[in-house]
Design a protein around this ligand. Structure first.
Ligand code: NAP
Length: 242
């Protein structure tokens, strides 16, 4: 497909695994200049090795839950010129018993899932406004509107992502800049898929049975009655980047 993204600079946070890596792969294949990110240097290196065969990709090791990490990533991407497309994808999702949630676990979730998106957007938006061009795509979750009791900090943070995105869309009204959020349901990431494969071997049960059992238990009201595929999300991101 030629989506005319060849000259675009794209930053995808948390893109050395899962959905972020799949999004990165699609942009690299489209000929965009892609910046991937994660905290662990070895995962950044491995992802670079995997994606460079498709096109232009750079890696930035930075922990975005810290202000130093935000500064680091902004300085590195800005040294290549202004970013056209920002995809705030990195997040943590930790399961807690509500009565065990302490200020630290709440803080940790909000630092990465909300504050990093806020500060990164605050740092990158001025150059988009100056260029009168930009696409901001924030990965939320269906948990934003369907909070899971065991994932309350995560669900609250994802509601904040939707709220923030709408606010940014209003802020840039009149510019050729769009801000959108995507709210996926449970997604079949490579990590989850590997877990199902391992479980099916250990328990000598069918992979498909385990997968549908987990979905029914954790998401009994799923409308699509299956896990979302990572490339479905990547496709929506590409569409919103046009
Ligand atoms: N998976 C799902 O079912 C699902 C459903 C709905 C929405 N979502 C959303 O989709 C997005 C991606 O989820 P995923 O499941 O694909 O994630 P994932 O597989 O856990 O991957 C997370 C990525 O973020 C990086 N990361 C983690 N902490 C970071 C930090 N402090 N600073 C920078 N990078 C960091 C990880 O690399 P390092 O560990 O090396 O840092 C990794 O590259 C998230 O926003 C999530 O909320 C996921």
């Amino acid at each position: 497909m030629n989506l005319d993204l060849q000259n675009k600079k794209v930053l995808i946070t948390g893109s050395t695994a899962g959905i972020g890596k799949e999004i990165a792969r699609e942009f690299v294949k489209e000929g965009a200049q892609v910046f991937i990110n994660g905290r662990q240097e070895n995962r950044v290196r491995k992802t670079l090795e995997e994606l460079t065969k498709y096109g232009k990709v750079n890696g930035i090791v930075a922990d975005l839950s810290t202000s130093e990490g935000i500064k680091e990533i902004v300085n590195k991407v800005n040294s290549f010129g202004p970013i056209d497309i920002l995809i705030n994808n990195s997040a943590i999702c930790t399961s807690h018993n509500f009565f065990d949630i302490n200020p630290n676990s709440l803080k940790e979730t909000f630092e990465l899932n909300v504050f990093s998106m806020f500060y990164l957007t605050q740092a990158i938006l001025p150059s988009m406004m100056e260029a009168n061009y930009g696409r901001i795509i924030n990965i939320s979750s269906e948990a934003a509107f369907k909070p899971y009791p065991k994932l309350l900090p995560y669900s609250m943070s994802k509601a904040a992502v939707v709220n923030f995105t709408k606010g940014i869309a209003e802020l840039v009204s009149g510019y050729n800049i769009t801000a959108n959020s995507i709210l996926p349901g449970p997604t079949l990431t490579t990590e989850l898929d590997n877990y199902f494969v391992r479980k099916s071997v250990v328990e000598s049960r069918k992979y498909e049975d385990i997968k549908s059992e987990v979905l029914k238990k954790n998401n009994p009201t799923s409308v699509i009655q299956r896990f979302v595929e990572m490339d479905e999300i990547a496709g929506i991101v590409l569409y919103l980047a046009l």
